[in-house]
Design a protein around this ligand. Sequence first.
Ligand code: 4LM
Length: 405
Amino acid sequence: MTCLPLSGFATRAIHAGYDAAAHDGALVPPLHLSSTFVFESAEAGAEIFAGEREGYFYSRIANPTVDLLEQRMAALEGAEAAVATASGMGAIAGVLWSFLQPGDEIIVDKTLYGCTFAFMRHGLARFGIRITHADLTDPANLSAAISKTTKIVYFETPANPNMRLVDIAAVAAIARRHGARTIVDNTYATPVLTQPITLGADIVVHSATKYLGGHGDLVGGIALGTAADMQQVRLVGIKDMTGAVMAPFNAMLVLRGLKTLKLRMAEHCRSAVAVAAALDAHQAVAAVHYPGLAGFAQHDLARRQMPGFGGMIAFELTGGYAAGVAMMNRLNLVQRAVSLGDAESLIQHPASMTHSTYTTEERREHGISDGLVRLSVGLEEVDEITADLMQALDAVTAARVSVDA
Ligand code: 4LM
């Protein structure tokens, strides 16, 4: 039952790639921890190594449990193939090392997750790869920047941390006309909300640590694309260059997470809409960045590209950074922690945490303000999430009023 004709998203998330009859009737796929695999003969081993015969030989290249996750994710993203990795950063590094040479240019959106930014601007740049930042919220900026040396166009939508959106179809069409690959980090949206490959992107990367796993108990990543591109990522970027392979146990945890991904995302989206509206109405809040708010600059694109607006919110307080710190320290239910997409609501301060990999000057250049606070709306009762945030904001407001008086 490797393919499920005419099946919908939730069915594929639970069944794709697995046939219980081939595994002693086990409802839940077995966990293959084996690092190496026994050849029936020396000749068979040589043929497997030469790619002349199918078969597993070493879990840095492929493993049956990880393989199942790759097939299942490919079925959810509309991709031909996938490569699961040790982390989201492993997926990003593995993909980029696979397709870039010294002298190539990569055009990346203005805002990226902190370590992705650091890997490119402070890492790849040292190896003769040119990193050009363009504001891809306007596809015309890509047309102006792209050239013959551009090999890759890379962005997140929504972007971490400030929620800017990119029109995937428009940007991918421009990149394709110039012979560049489009790579989309789909961590925030997940395939429940956006399937970039179906909109023209070439490669999707994820931090599986976030919504895909969904329970805060693993670090993992995955890259998806054509079979040929993923073979290159597997054999070059992962096998030989980074070794950033996903552990089978983590693959099993992600497979478990995927079974409820659609349900969880629906609840994250529903709750985030309510929390964003409550934040927006509070006098201590200067701005809320959430694609579902009518006042969000790219609300029309969000409505066109995302059937739900996601579980991530960024906001700024009228009292700036100091008020943000005071508010975060008064929270009881919402947890002060980086990462996102877990059942627990998480709050963090990008400038001093996830995006402290940017220099202060780079953060200013890239539109990440010191007062920005990021919230991952979890799966607790939405009224209780909102009440916790409101009491913390009320306390900060009261403290300011008494200082001002
Ligand atoms: C965070 N993020 O934001 P691993 N792509 C995106 C991400 O948000 C992240 C990664 C890749 C956070 C981690 C602390 C859009 C990570 C990297 O952490 O390597 O699985 O993913 O809080």
